[in-house]
Structures are given as structure tokens and as C-alpha cells.
Write a protein that binds this ligand. Structure first.
Ligand SMILES: CSCCC(=O)C(=O)COP(=O)(O)O
Ligand SMILES: [Zn+2]
Length: 218
């Protein structure tokens, strides 16, 4: 049964939920933009609306200045719903997570300097091994600093179905909270916006530590 709102009963999603979600995404992206993590209109953000729809940023918008009109609805195949706006060029990398995991409620993608530099440095190894950090406990389900977490690094491509297939292979291999794309940026997700933000923050901080250690040990 489609969810409807009193304002527009033709919509297959709850318009009030979209408005609330859009406000939350816009507030978050302003903070991330202020940190310099969304340069030159880069980055994209989404949150689950229901079991078939997600709210996602419109392609090409300045992520530091988003309003409700800059956030649209897609289905889990990445197709726009009830709009002729163009969703993020990387929509498939968001919707594949909603389609696969009912518990994923938010997907965040940023292009911070730390994420971008780390992706270049670790691309040949195909992963960044994070171990021995108390902050590893920031990742949902991880209760100790003793477990190592691998942050995969995928080659960049404009072929989103191909990239999404590479991500599926990573997801098949075990628990994952995010991944880097070489020369591009970081994807992280969580059960809700707060958890996805925590994972994103933790990855960025730990990558910065790894980059510092590399320099200091040279
Ligand atoms: C100028 S940024 C290049 C595209 C990109 O990597 C990105 O994150 C933003 O793309 P979108 O279509 O979501 O605006
Ligand atoms: Zn990007």
C-alpha cells in the first residue's frame, strides 16, 4: 500500500517525511561543507524514506547551500520518483545499500582532502588497514580497539553499474562501514543520519592519523 500525505495523495511516498529528511540532510551537509569536505559541488547525501524510496541530493548542487528543493526522491533502482530533477550521478552507490540492507538508513559521500590523499596513497594496496585505535569502537558492532578494520579502496570510474558491482563484491566478503574510491572520496553509511555521520567522522579522523604516521615515520 503506498504511503500518502494529506497534501498530495498522488505521491507514492510521505511528503512530510521527505520535508523532514531534506531538512536534516541540508543541515548535515552545511556542517560538512564548512569543514571543507564538499569542495566544488562534490559529494552526495541520502537517507531512506521507506521500504522503496530514498531522499537524495540533486546532482551538481553546492552542498553547502542546500534547501528542500535540492533534495529529491528516487526508488531503489536509482530512478527519480515524481520529479524531473536529476539525482546525483552516483545515486546507484546509495540505492544499492538501501536495496540490500533494510537496516541502512543513511549514506554519505564526501571528498575531504584527507580522504582524497589517502585514496591515492593506498590505492595500490587496495585497502587501508586501521588497527589499534580506540576510535574503531565508533563503528557499529565493533566493541574493541583490538579488531582491525579494512577500509577498501576501489578504482575510480564513471561507470556506476560497474562500480556498484565492485561494491557488491566487497559487501559479499564481510561487514563494511564504508569504502574509498581512488582519487575521489569516501562512502560511509549507517542506520540513521547520526550513525552514518559518526562513521564518516571516524574514517576521516583515522585516515588523517594514518597519513600523519606515514609522514612522521619516514
Ligand atoms: C565536481 S564533483 C564530481 C562528481 C562527484 O564526484 C560528486 O560527488 C558529486 O556528484 P553529484 O552528481 O552528486 O553532484
Ligand atoms: Zn563523488
Amino acid at each position: 500500500m503506498p504511503t500518502t500525505s494529506p497534501a498530495n495523495t498522488a505521491l507514492p511516498y510521505d511528503a512530510d517525511a521527505l520535508a523532514r529528511t531534506a531538512d536534516a540532510i541540508a543541515a548535515l551537509t552545511r556542517e560538512l561543507a564548512a569543514l571543507g569536505w564538499t569542495p566544488a559541488t562534490s559529494s552526495n547525501f541520502s537517507a531512506r524514506l521507506d521500504e522503496r524510496h530514498a531522499a537524495i541530493t540533486v546532482s551538481g548542487r553546492d552542498k553547502g547551500r542546500l534547501g528542500r528543493a535540492d533534495i529529491m526522491v528516487v526508488d531503489f533502482a536509482g530512478k527519480p520518483v515524481a520529479t524531473d530533477q536529476r539525482p546525483s550521478a552516483e545515486t546507484l552507490l546509495h540505492t544499492q545499500l538501501y536495496a540490500r540492507f533494510a537496516e541502512v538508513g543513511c549514506v554519505l559521500h564526501t571528498h575531504s582532502r584527507v580522504q582524497t590523499v589517502a585514496s591515492r596513497l593506498y590505492a595500490p594496496e587496495g585497502r587501508v588497514r586501521l588497527e589499534g585505535y580506540e576510535l574503531l569502537k565508533a563503528f557499529h558492532g565493533n566493541t574493541t580497539h583490538e579488531a582491525a578494520i579494512d577500509l577498501p579502496v576501489l578504482p575510480n570510474t564513471q561507470d556506476m553499474p560497474f562500480l556498484a558491482a565492485q561494491v557488491e563484491r566487497l559487501l559479499d566478503a564481510g561487514p563494511l562501514w564504508g569504502y574509498l574510491i581512488d582519487g575521489h572520496g569516501l562512502y560511509a553509511w549507517g542506520r540513521d543520519i547520526a550513525e552514518a555521520r559518526r562513521h564518516l567522522d571516524a574514517f576521516d579522523f583515522l585516515l588523517a592519523c594514518e597519513l600523519d604516521l606515514r609522514t612522521l615515520r619516514r
